[in-house]
Design a protein around this ligand. Structure first.
Ligand code: AMX
Length: 442
């Protein structure tokens, strides 16, 4: 049985070799043209970042080191394999896969869960910082501030000050990353307790439990196997979605200045807090609950169709549908729907069933409407309503759960960035005047 640190150490020489080969064989090859529309259009579609953990294909969706979500559901150690109650894959398994490219054994995951539990307690100064925030401060702002404060004890920052060699940067980066993943549940739970008054208030950790088993306990849902298992699945599959999305890209960009993992991930969380990124799931839920209020819990396909058209005719988008890259139903949506189909309590839930019915009707309406490039549901179409059904109804908190998850994808890349010695990011920007001059416009 290997530790995660040993497993990462084993794959790094091969990665370095692959990068060296790529540089020597292909450094001058082109990856396409840069048009003015790319510069003005949020750099969409430009292949300008290295990101090892996952690749997003417009048709097949996300793959993690080549594995689809159904592959991961089959292959990664899950709650059942580890006798934890429930049966979903563990975020620990996904973290291992993203860091190493390999599927861990049950024993390795168990050992990682124990390591995370051992490192999960917050330093008291961070508890005090969180307790000093007003309840009215958005949970994501609190989350980012507390994560940034953990940089006080960063192994990377300390080693850098001492003059560690560049080839060894990845080691304290990994140490900090594991430490941060371990502490995110306690930070998130303390914020939940302070703002919403739910949970044990002390973030107690049981070393025999997995990361999410402990988190569910800390936020007061320990006895709820359905929610605990849903959180495992949700957090595992939201971990990574390529490098270009705002949170992942931010972690990579800030990390490229050799800011330590706490600082880099704190910045990523502030990006995740934006309504065009991490807040979308709460909007879907608000929209669906609004529909339920208007048309009742047993809406017919005809009534749903009408509500969809009302939304579109009023100039709004249908939340939970469409995607910047995907052109098929999001496999993450499919995985969450499968979860709902597996759980009797969710089959009886009016909001879950309404959201399911919407997914049968909306693609036809959006196709007829004719604007969106992708009329299919994205992950956010389903995610919030399940939390709501299980009683976790505080919308303002939902992005914090996403924030626990995204670390599982963003931090492995930071480790890889340091292992590969990637440089500080510094793209070229241009003013409108400079562009016009360059293009020969008058
Ligand atoms: N409902 C109605 N119209 C939509 C639509 C939807 N769900 N999705 C796209 N459109 C419209 C766009 O507004 C755009 O109209 P415009 O030409 O008048 O500006 C047109 O269709 C073309 O857009 P697109 O190329 O299909 O999408 P995009 O890449 O510009 O935007 C996204 C992608 C997700 C922002 C968009 O589909 C959207 O607003 N969806 C609803 C909100 C949502 O679900 N967000 C969560 C996304 C998942 C995530 O990243 N968390």
């Amino acid at each position: 049985v290997k530790t995660l640190t040993e497993a990462v150490g084993e794959v790094i020489p091969k990665k370095r070799e692959e990068l060296a080969q790529l540089k020597s064989s292909s450094a001058d090859k082109s990856l396409g043209e840069v048009k003015v529309s790319n510069l003005l259009g949020g750099m969409r579609g430009l292949k300008i970042m290295l990101w090892e953990g996952s690749v997003l294909d417009a048709n097949t969706g996300i793959t993690f080191h080549g594995k689809t979500i159904p592959d991961c559901e089959k292959e990664l150690p899950n709650a059942k394999d580890l006798g934890l109650g429930g049966k979903e894959m563990l975020p620990e398994s996904m973290l291992w896969l993203l860091l190493t490219g390999n599927v861990p054994s049950n024993e390795e995951v168990k050992q990682l869960s124990a390591e995370l539990a051992a490192k999960g307690k917050l330093p008291s100064f961070v508890e005090k910082i969180i307790d000093s925030f007003p309840k009215t401060l958005h949970p994501m702002t609190q989350f980012a501030a507390a994560v940034g404060a953990l940089n006080h004890d960063s192994a990377f920052a300390a080693a850098y000050t001492k003059g560690i060699k560049k080839t060894e940067y990845w080691q304290p980066t990994l140490e900090d990353s594991i430490d941060l993943v371990a502490k995110l549940p306690a930070i998130a739970a303390r914020i939940y307790y302070n703002v919403f008054g739910k949970g044990d208030g002390q973030q107690k950790i049981d070393t025999s439990k997995d990361l999410i088993g402990n988190y569910a306990e800390m936020i007061g849902y320990g006895g709820n196997e359905g929610l605990t298992d849903y959180l495992r699945l949700y957090i595992a599959i939201h971990g990574d979605h390529e490098g270009g999305n705002v949170s992942a890209h931010t972690a990579h960009l800030v990390g490229s200045a050799l800011s330590d993992p706490y600082l880099s991930y704190s910045a990523a969380l502030l990006g995740l807090a934006g309504p065009l990124h991490g807040l979308a799931n709460q909007e879907v839920l608000g929209w669906a609950l609004g529909m339920q209020d208007k048309v009742g819990p047993n809406a017919s396909h005809e009534q749903i169709k009408e509500y969809l058209w009302d939304t579109l005719k009023s100039g709004r988008v249908v939340p939970g549908y469409g995607h910047a890259v995907l052109r098929r139903p999001d496999p993450r949506f499919t995985a969450l729907s499968r979860f709902c189909d597996d759980r009797p309590e969710l089959q009886q839930s009016s909001i879950v069933q309404l959201v399911k019915k919407v997914s049968e009707v909306a693609p036809g309406v959006l196709k007829e409407h004719g604007k969106t490039a992708n009329p299919f549901p994205n992950v956010d179409a389903a995610s919030g309503c399940v939390l709501h059904e299980y009683g976790l109804s505080e919308f303002r908190y939902y992005t914090v759960i996403f924030g626990i998850s995204r670390a599982i994808g963003a931090l492995p890349q930071l480790v890889m960035d340091r292992a590969l010695g990637l440089p500080i990011e510094r793209p070229k920007s241009m003013s409108i005047a400079a562009l016009n001059k360059h293009l020969g416009n008058n």
